[in-house]
Design a protein around this ligand. Structure first.
Ligand code: FPP
Length: 218
């Protein structure tokens, strides 16, 4: 969900205003994606590197997450969505951790789509975390073993990764899982990314040929 800062600057506003508007866009796109049949939607809300931003900006992002997870119970849960999070939650305030735990618990029996929010998340750190778990269990380090110990073990690898904001890189997002993911980049800043833009990404994805290192079937 990149481009909040530039979106705000272009309007002569502070970066935090961009995040505020960006956070209002989240529900719209989440609902739309689920309406389109997406089974697991992951959002990169806060990276392990984002702590290095100015304190005011970090505070605002944490505040927005608090608002989001406070309202989550009423809205998304009603729609049979199950919440999952990935990242190191231990650096978040106890209040935010509790809020998230409550939403996860309340939605755990929901059978519809899964909303997976990455907070204090880094793909490299996740690989280290998975390898450490294997070592602790005395297991061999294998490709499959690492996959099974990532945060995403339950739901596997993303088919499509969309990055808004014009940068052509994945910035430590699902480093291990994205080996064969399709990547889609759009110039649109996150606050301007709407249902139509989402559909463009899906259409583009549907026209790709995925071979996973193999050759095409005759
Ligand atoms: C990147 O834009 C965006 C973020 C670091 C935060 C994304 C967070 C939200 C959309 C709001 C909170 C999330 C939820 C789930 C409620 P940037 O600041 O790097 O923009 P720039 O590249 O233009 O500077």
């Amino acid at each position: 969900m990149d481009g909040n800062g530039r979106w705000a600057k272009a309007r002569g506003k502070k970066r935090t205003y961009g995040h505020k508007v960006g956070s209002k866009n989240v529900d719209k796109i989440v609902s739309h994606a689920f309406k389109r049949g997406v089974k697991v939607l992951s959002l990169y809300a806060f990276s392990s590197e984002n702590w290095e931003r100015p304190q005011e900006e970090v505070n605002e992002l944490m505040r927005l997450l608090k608002v989001y997870f406070t309202k989550f119970l009423g809205k998304v849960i009603k729609n049979n969505v199950r919440l999952s999070v990935m990242g190191d939650m231990s650096k978040l305030t106890p209040e935010l951790q509790e809020l998230i735990a409550k939403d996860i618990e309340a939605s755990k029996n929901n059978t519809g789509s899964i909303l997976n929010v990455a907070i204090n998340y880094g793909g490299r750190q996740e690989i280290v975390y998975a390898v450490k778990k294997l070592l602790e269990q005395g297991e061999d380090i294998t490709v499959e073993g690492i996959s099974q110990n990532l945060y995403t073990a339950e739901f596997g690898e993303p088919d499509l990764i969309i990055r808004t904001g014009g940068d052509i890189r994945t910035s430590n997002f699902m480093v291990y899982q994205s080996a064969y993911s399709e990547l889609y980049f759009t110039e649109k800043f996150w606050p301007d990314f709407n249902e139509e833009e989402f559909d463009k990404a899906i259409l583009n994805y549907s026209q790709r040929k995925r071979r996973f290192g193999r050759i095409e079937e005759e």
